[in-house]
Structure formats: C-alpha cells, structure tokens
Design a protein around this ligand. Structure first.
Ligand SMILES: Cc1ncc(COP(=O)(O)O)c(C=O)c1O
Length: 283
C-alpha cells in the first residue's frame, strides 16, 4: 500500500495535509529526491542523500533531520508500505509561514511518499523510445534538484504531444539533458555525456553508468555535444532513477543507428544491474 509522511507523522497518502501557506506549495521553495526501491532495498541511497544535502545547502535550507534520521524515516516508510518494488519521493521545503518572499524563521517541512514503481513498458527497452529536441528554458542552477519544475513539465508535455517520450533540451547549441533524464551518445565505441556544470542535474544513474563504463573498460568522455552529433551517433540512451537506461530510437524523427538498442547500451544496462541493483539487493 502507498504511504505518506508529513512533518513527523506517517499518514494516509490521500489525507489532505499541506497548509495553504506551505512554501513548497506557494513558492516552489524546496528540493526533492526520488529513490528506487527494489526488493525492499533502496538503490544508491547514500548517493541520493548526499545530493539532497548539496541541494539543500545550495538554497540555504537547513534540513529538519540528520541524514541518519532521514534514512530511518525512509526505511520505516518502506517497511510500513509493505511494498517490495517502489519509488520513494522525499520533499523538503522552507516550511509553513505567512506568505513573504523573505526566509521565515520556522523549521523546514519534510514530506515523503512511498508508492509502487511506475511501470515502464517493456517495449521501450526492446525498441527504444523517440525523443525531440527543444530549447532549454530553465534557470541557471539546474544542478539543484529544486521543486521548480515548470519548464521541465512543459518540455515533457510538448514531447508527449508530439508522440515522444522525452524532450532533449539544448542550450547555446549544446545538448544539456532531458526534462527528467540525462542524455548519452555513443560514437565509434566512445560514450559521450554532458559534463557536470550548473546546466544539468548530476544524475545518480548518470554517475553509476560512468562507473559501470569504467569498470567494464569502456571509454567515455564528459564533453558537450550538439544535437547534430547526437542524431548522427551510433547509439544513444537516457538515464534516470525511474528508467535506469532507456535506449533512444530516434531524435526529431532521425533514427539513431538502425533504430534498435545498441550493443554498448545493452552492455551498460547489464553492468549497471549487476554492479548496483543486484549488489544493493543482496547486501
Ligand atoms: C532534470 C533531470 N535530469 C536528470 C535526472 C536523472 O537523475 P537521477 O539519475 O538521479 O534520477 C532527473 C531525474 O529526475 C532530472 O529531473
């Protein structure tokens, strides 16, 4: 069963709890994380919690609990939900206070949900997904996992309206990332992905994939590339906590390679499963 948590209490996920003057609600003044649970075990939890701390300090937000306490709440939430395969969503905002742009002198709000994982159709992995490119209209601090997702929401909807799974965003002529994914291209056996700057979210899956590439002795470069380079790539794929590695079949209608998932994409997916998922589940 899905379960919720709000400021110290486990609650029914459908119970209305957010006060009108909650700053996440009124300003998007907060940060979040999404963590995948497989066989009741969180995958790459430490990495997600380090990014949560980094996001909080970037927006000068003091976490209401220690990292050890947050881990305890997550583990208790998984236990209470009884779910084996789930997605944990953690959101921390600057708290509840009369609406005023200035920081309030109140404790941060902590919200969590534990819900069944979203089903990704098997054919997406077998056939790859289609994507479009779109101008990146987001702010200058995309490395912060901020609640302000309006441009990402717009981009994802524009992609869906054109029958695509993802919008690959482009800033100053270079690919940044998808609306909720990081982007990789493979050319002549070399794996390329956008370097970590404030233009992209430092994806936990992105980092795990680069480590899997290193471990399996594949060559990779963290380098900017153009949408044209991506379209001419031999292989391309997206990464995120929700999808792991999703092969890209086409970009703006142009097939990537012969359109089918490439060998390196499939090998990386297997290595990721072996190194991260199986390892965590068997801990
Ligand atoms: C903008 C953006 N980029 C990349 C990612 C992938 O990050 P992760 O692998 O940590 O899920 C996400 C995930 O939500 C995202 O929202």
């Amino acid at each position: 069963m899905s379960i919720g948590f709000f400021n110290g209490e486990f609650i029914d996920i459908y119970k209305a709890v957010i006060p009108i003057e909650e700053r996440g609600h009124q300003f998007g003044d907060g940060i979040y994380e999404v963590i995948k649970i497989i066989d009741s075990k969180p995958i790459l939890l430490d990495e997600h919690l380090i990014r949560l701390e980094n996001s909080a300090s970037s927006i000068l937000l003091e976490l209401p609990y220690t990292i050890i306490e947050i881990k305890g709440i997550i583990m208790e939430g998984i236990h209470q939900s009884g779910l084996k395969n789930a997605e944990v969503y953690v959101q921390i905002t600057r708290g509840v206070s009369p609406r005023n742009h200035l920081f309030p002198d109140v404790s941060a709000s902590f919200t969590m949900t534990v819900k069944p994982s979203k089903e990704i159709p098997a054919q997406y992995y077998l056939q790859g997904i289609s994507t479009i490119t779109l101008r990146d209209e987001r702010w200058a601090n995309c490395h912060v996992k901020s609640l302000n997702l309006l441009p990402n929401v717009m981009a994802k909807q524009i992609a869906a309206n054109s029958g695509s799974f993802e919008a690959i965003q482009v800033r100053d002529g270079k690919v940044t990332e998808g609306s909720s994914t990081n982007v990789f291209a493979v050319n002549n056996g070399i794996i390329y992905t956008t370097p970590l700057t404030s233009n992209i979210l430092p994806g936990i899956t992105r980092q795990a994939i680069l480590q899997a590439a290193k471990y399996t002795q594949m060559k990779y470069l963290e380098e900017n590339f153009t949408p044209e380079f991506l379209k001419e790539a031999d292989e391309a794929f997206l990464t995120s906590t929700s999808v792991d590695i999703l092969p890209i079949r086409s970009v703006d209608g142009k097939l990537i390679g012969n359109g089918n998932p490439g060998r390196i994409t499939l090998e990386l997916h297997q290595a990721f499963q072996r190194l991260y998922v199986t390892r965590e589940v068997n801990k």
